[in-house]
Ligand binder design. Structure first.
Ligand SMILES: NC(=O)C1=CN([C@@H]2O[C@H](COP(=O)(O)OP(=O)(O)OC[C@H]3O[C@@H](n4cnc5c(N)ncnc54)[C@H](O)[C@@H]3O)[C@@H](O)[C@H]2O)C=CC1
Ligand SMILES: O=C(O)C(=O)COP(=O)(O)O
Length: 523
């Protein structure tokens, strides 16, 4: 397999990849060059320098995984990758401390005009009065985005005796309390803070979260820092606020366009800037490169992606419990879709018992995958199953009940088209998965191989002739389950058979008096 590394990656990461695959390091490729080359590769490793656009992804016909050696994936069209079934993964923790330290360094540099004073002295000037600074001690630091990096910045700033206000709609009061941080709104922060720092991803919601209006509310001695992503703070509004003296200064590591040679910010004396150096430490680069390389080795060898952004990822201990159910759910919905035999408009997955208390998202994705695979084959995988279901307008419904009947945990998959539906129930006993129900009938079947589901009237001389058809055609029956209903009523018989059964044989079975239908499920 071949890996393309299109941004600088540390030797340690390259060595891990090189042990398993052919690795090409080709940096600074244009979009056109990348499109031309990408079809040859099974995985792509990037940092912030490569734009992985929809066009690039459309050309990536062998690609299984895109690994971002760092945090931000705003340079990847994740939606396009998901539709194409490509895993997008990152290294969420490897550069967190470096980015937090850089933020603190930028704040201190900003407070004491260190870059400007350094440049002045090196041009043989001794301007002690010009570079009067401020202390950070006792000041208010507003943190917008209190995730991994935001929280590390808050902790370090507390060490400098700063008081922290934070805004993050996804952080609980409890977590904020644990960090000793007061949660409030963006507007309260911009009004009160002496220093403001942003640490969100760049999204629709966070783009321009600090704009002209927010600068209008700030104190005149406010200073603002962006070591997250260009565009979270509107660059034109920031340049105007700096040039007009509306605020005292800014420190910026990241820009809307990089390199930002046309940015109005570079002309502002009260701006200090670095060329996207937040993650540029020896330690961080080893961490992220090793993390992403190990992830790629795991995925391309059929293992799991721990840090995937576009598939539900769960902790390894939870995964150990879920794994047999993931396989079972996929098999059951594959069986169910074959029984229904037509396009479907809804899949329902009912979780009962202990499993209902777990994070069942990977099991649900597996059920959706199993159903779609019947029609779409290998074009569907864990990454694109949900998005394919959505684009085909198939509703996915999960429901849960923690009360269990005779099994500690069970799953029922029901697939519906109009007024017709089919359902299959299964469970895991020890490590063995089994199908315990087909529609309302109780069965006990291994969920593998070939199963013929025969709908018939419960009366004499139906099952025998039906089995004779199989025997006559040299099909061995390895297991049989018959639903228990009163004589004269309709029930099902499920037959495990050892080889494939042709349509002609199924037809012959259907012609037996009392047989209503006979369908083959291939698992
Ligand atoms: N300058 C550099 O070299 C580096 C920059 N970064 C950037 O730093 C940023 C933060 O990274 P992490 O802390 O690792 O990510 P994270 O995912 O741990 O934290 C992001 C936080 O932002 C919050 N958030 C999301 N939407 C929000 C909204 N609308 N308003 C307020 N908060 C919101 C989330 O709840 C989360 O707590 C990312 O943009 C990342 O790309 C990361 C590493 C290095
Ligand atoms: O990890 C991130 O989000 C970063 O911004 C670091 O970017 P880089 O890998 O240094 O191009």
């Amino acid at each position: 397999m071949r890996i393309l590394v299109s941004d600088p990656l540390s030797e340690q990461g390259l060595a891990i990849l090189g042990e398993h695959f052919t690795v090409d390091v080709l940096t600074k490729l244009s979009e056109e060059e990348l499109i031309k080359k990408i079809a040859d590769y099974d995985a792509l490793v990037i940092r912030s320098g490569t734009q992985v656009t929809r066009k690039v992804i459309e050309a990536a016909n062998k690609m299984k995984i895109i690994g971002r050696a760092g945090v931000g994936v705003d340079n990847v069209d994740v939606e396009a990758a998901t539709e194409k079934g490509i895993i997008v993964t990152n290294a969420p923790e490897g550069n967190m401390l470096s980015a937090a330290e850089h933020t603190i360094a930028m704040m201190m540099g900003l407070a004491r005009n260190i870059p400007q004073a350094n440049a002045s002295l090196k041009s043989k000037k001794w301007e002690r009065n010009k570079f009067m600074g401020v202390e950070v001690n006792g000041k208010i630091l507003g943190v917008i985005g209190l995730g991994r990096i935001g929280a590390e910045v808050a902790k370090r700033a507390q060490g400098l005796n700063m008081n922290i206000l934070a805004y993050d709609p996804f952080i609980s009061e409890e977590k904020a309390k644990e960090l000793g941080v007061k949660l409030t709104t963006v507007h309260e922060i911009v009004k009160a803070a002496d220093f403001i720092t942003v640490h969100t991803p760049l999204t629709k919601e966070t783009r321009n979260i600090i704009d002209k209006r927010e600068f209008g509310m700030m104190k005149s001695n406010a200073r603002i820092i962006n070591c997250a992503r260009g565009g979270i703070i509107n660059e034109e509004a920031l340049a105007e606020a700096l040039q007009s003296g509306r605020i005292a200064g800014a420190a910026v590591d990241v820009f809307v366009n990089e390199p930002p040679f046309d940015s109005p910010l570079l002309g502002c004396d009260n701006l200090i800037a670095t060329p996207h150096l937040g993650a540029s430490t020896e330690e961080a680069q080893i961490n992220v490169a090793v993390s992403v390389a190990e992830e790629i080795v795991s995925v391309l060898n059929g293992g799991v992606a721990k840090n995937a952004i576009n598939i539900p990822s769960v902790k390894p201990d939870v995964m150990a419990v879920l794994a047999p159910y993931i396989q079972l759910a996929e098999t059951m919905s594959k069986a169910c879709a074959q029984l229904l035999g037509k396009n479907y408009e809804r899949i329902e997955i009912f979780y009962q018992g202990e499993i209902a208390g777990k994070d069942t998202r990977p099991v649900t994705v597996a059920a959706v995958k199993g159903m779609l695979q019947v029609a779409l084959g290998s074009a569907v995988n864990y990454v694109n199953a949900n998005s394919l279901a959505k684009s085909r307008k198939v509703e996915v419904i999960e429901s849960k009940s923690q009360t269990s009947d005779e099994f500690a945990s069970s799953i029922k998959v029901r697939i519906t088209k109009g007024s017709e539906s089919q359902s299959i129930t299964g469970t895991v006993v020890g490590n063995a998965a089994k199908i315990i129900g087909i529609n309302e009938e109780r069965v006990d079947l291994a969920p593998s191989g070939y199963i013929i589901v025969v709908k018939h009237v419960n009366k004499p001389n139906v099952i025998g002739p039906c089995c004779i058809v199989l025997g006559k055609n040299n099909i061995n029956i390895s297991g049989m389950q018959v639903g228990r209903v009163p004589i004269g009523q309709v029930t099902i018989m499920a037959l495990n058979v050892d080889s494939e059964v042709s349509d002609a044989i199924l037809k012959e079975m259907q012609s037996v008096e009392g047989i209503i239908d006979a369908k083959l499920i291939k698992l």
